[in-house]
Design a protein around this ligand. Structure first.
Ligand SMILES: [Zn+2]
Length: 265
């Protein structure tokens, strides 16, 4: 599974945080800004986030893709064609779009942002999302980020999905709602769970705050998250938003898991 966080990952995330903090302190002491390091290979990099070599290894998602799920097609089957997955197991949301496939480099970026050692990546990642989701944000009234449970947010001090939503909001001019959607159940990490276990794990985990129903009811929403894996979390959030009266829910993520050789029907 590409989403598994191994002990080695956790160790490297800790090391990266330490070295990031050390660099910041060192830079402060010298009164200079040290050059950024590439989030993936740690070579010094001009400008933002990734070096050219690592950037070229990302798989940006562009049409042709399934109109509904946003899964790229290996060839163009014509406009409006859906993937087999979208027909066999239609999601509660209308359309999903992702900036990149969740492969090796995307995974490094997501983890670097999520575990807080590279919050500086959010503007770059959010801009790519804004591009991928232009069609969705243009037609929407409001954006909502997938929330963390308050205890996890307190421990982490930020919600990576809300950071990304803020960047997309700035780039697109679409308003972001903070706090309308709440995670009311502290769920176990989805890592290592199967598809049905994931769905069960997040069942009833999300709710629209009663006083925020007026903000959501009748509105076309864009739901933002960092990664779309099995879709269980996104599905649970979408259902909570629709129950609160949302007119429609589209989904915008930074990266989505894409199995190879998807053929449209
Ligand atoms: Zn690199």
């Amino acid at each position: 599974m590409p989403t598994q966080l191994t002990a080695a990952d956790a160790r490297s995330a800790r090391l990266a945080r330490l070295s990031g903090a050390a660099r910041a302190i060192f830079g402060l002491a010298l009164g200079v800004a040290l050059p950024q390091l590439c989030a993936a290979c740690r070579e010094p990099v001009e400008g933002e986030g990734l070096c050219a070599a690592c950037w070229s290894r990302l798989s940006f998602i562009a049409p042709p893709y399934c109109e509904r799920l946003g899964i790229p097609f290996p060839f163009d089957p014509g406009p409006g064609i859906l993937s087999m997955e979208a027909i066999a197991d239609p999601p509660a949301y209308n359309r999903a779009r992702a900036a990149v496939c969740f492969d090796e480099i995307a995974r490094v970026l997501v983890h670097a942002l999520k575990y807080g050692d590279r919050l500086d990546l959010a503007p770059m990642m959010g801009r790519w999302m804004a591009n991928a989701g232009r069609e969705l944000t243009r037609e929407a009234d409001l954006m909502v980020a997938v929330p963390l449970h308050w205890r996890r947010q307190w421990a982490r001090r930020f919600n990576q999905s809300a950071l990304l939503a803020d960047v997309v909001g700035k780039a697109s001019g679409l308003r972001v709602s903070h706090g309308a959607l709440k995670r009311v159940k502290a769920t176990a990490q989805q890592v290592g769970l199967g598809r049905s276990e994931r769905a069960q794990n997040v069942q009833g985990a999300f709710r629209v705050r009663p006083d925020a129903r007026i903000e959501v009811a009748g509105r076309r929403l864009v739901l933002v998250d960092d990664v779309l894996t099995s879709g269980a979390t996104i599905e649970a959030c979408t259902q909570a938003l629709l129950r609160a009266g949302a007119a429609s829910v589209d989904v915008l993520v930074f990266a989505r898991v894409v199995a190879p050789a998807r053929v449209p029907i």
